[in-house]
Design a protein around this ligand. Structure first.
Ligand code: NAD
Length: 385
């Protein structure tokens, strides 16, 4: 089985799909691994650190003609067109927003497993790249807030007087929000968390933060995700949040509803009630933002409040985000690069591997986006109409 690692081309993307440590584990299997020259550069991984038998290649046709192509983001159309019929792509795709990519995958008969479609079940946790990358994003969001504030986060008792701890409010307590809560808490802030899924209360509290409640707003939907709120629910939520934002030093928003634009939670009027010098970090910037003033990849100053909306947070932590993503891919590959039969008496290192898809495996069945010249994921098919 030949596996190749693409060099990312999206603007601002610093991650790479495979790091040397994980590549070394992969080549212990019977696979030929090729890494695009310079693929790791932006994550501070020089070509030389990929050790033999990894091969480096500066030729796109060599990379894209592998049996399996690994990437962080879906490759450009012209690269997908270089892929062999029946070959495999494993990367984030966000098919509902990228009809042209989906179309190219279908036309070129590529079997694409989209990392965002890996189901959120226990057995798939080690492959859950949405979670690993959200962890990186949440951590960095807390640091951006801390850095942008001209205040301490912790309480300080000094000879020059006592400093009160900063108040940090985290809206959306999924994977990223919980990591932001934990990180701000470790820096000593007084942290408050809010989510429409009330089951997150316990998780927020277990991190030492206080859970905020908007009376009568409960929005759990299937699969542990949130649903969109009704207008009445939204009004109740806004009021409670506006009151809490008014005395927060930093607000971090992470709210998302899968397959939908980011819910607009923070209005201009709510920002105008914030304290002078307060900071808002909007993790939902790439999905349109949770705050109506957010501009992706810009720092917006409104009055004396600054609103930060980096659209690719995990990329700001490229080294570790890449390492975690590579490990997620390695774990996923174990499901499709399998030992050939009849090798019971062969030493583990000498076993031959082949590409094989067990469609009875829930993880493969749910993660597959395109196969056999068809768009097979139902929700992306519905979204693209
Ligand atoms: P996400 O990125 O889709 O959303 C982030 C958070 O925003 C969610 O907690 C959501 O409830 C919240 N949200 C949505 N609309 C909101 C609104 N209007 N106001 C406030 N908050 C709002 O979610 P995620 O972090 O990827 O995952 C969500 C949950 O999925 C996890 O917390 C967990 O329960 C579950 N999950 C399970 C597994 C597993 O079992 N393997 C793995 C990862 C996640």
């Amino acid at each position: 089985v030949s596996i190749a690692v693409a060099k990312e081309t999206a603007a601002g993307e610093k991650r790479v799909a495979m790091v040397p440590k994980v590549a070394a584990k992969l080549t212990k299997m019977d696979v030929a691994l090729t890494v695009a020259k310079g693929a790791g550069e932006a994550s501070r991984i020089p070509d030389e650190s990929y050790e033999e038998p990894v091969v480096l290649s500066g030729r796109a046709d060599e990379i894209y003609s592998a049996n399996v192509v690994l990437a962080v983001n879906a490759p450009e159309i012209k690269q997908i067109e270089k892929m062999k019929k029946g070959s495999v792509l494993v990367s984030f795709v966000q098919g509902h927003n990228n009809p042209d990519v989906v179309d190219a995958l279908v036309k070129n008969n590529v079997t694409c497993f989209a990392m965002e479609l890996i189901p959120r079940i226990s057995r798939a946790q080690s492959m859950d790249a949405l979670s690993s990358q959200a962890n990186a994003a949440g951590y960095k969001a807390a640091l951006i807030a801390a850095n942008a504030l001209e205040r301490f986060l912790p309480m300080l008792t000094t000879a020059a007087g006592t400093i009160r701890p900063a108040k940090v409010l985290v809206i959306g307590a999924g994977v990223a929000g919980l990591q932001a809560i934990a990180t701000a808490g470790r820096l000593g802030a007084k942290v408050y968390g809010y989510d429409v899924r009330t089951e997150t209360k316990e998780q927020v509290e277990s991190l030492g933060a206080e859970f905020l409640v908007a009376e009568g707003v409960k929005a759990e939907a299937e699969g542990g995700y949130a649903r969109e709120l009704t207008d009445e629910e939204k009004a109740k939520q806004q009021q409670m949040l506006a009151d809490n934002m008014a005395d927060a030093d930093a607000v971090i928003t992470t709210a998302a509803v899968p397959g939908r634009p980011a819910p607009k939670i923070v209005s201009k009027a709510m920002v105008e009630r914030m304290k002078p010098g307060a900071v808002l970090v909007d993790l939902a910037a790439s999905g349109g933002g949770n705050c109506e003033l957010t501009q992706p990849d810009e720092i917006v100053t409104h009055g004396s409040v600054t609103i930060h909306g980096p659209s690719n947070m995990p990329s700001l932590l490229a080294e570790h985000a890449s390492e975690m993503y590579a490990q997620n891919l390695f774990n996923f590959l174990q499901l499709i690069v399998v030992e050939e039969e009849g090798q019971d008496d062969v030493k583990p290192g000498d076993k031959k591997h082949k590409l094989d898809f067990d469609w009875d495996d829930e993880i493969l069945a749910k993660a597959v986006l395109t196969h056999d010249g068809k768009l097979v994921n139902e929700s992306v098919r519905t979204a693209l109409g």
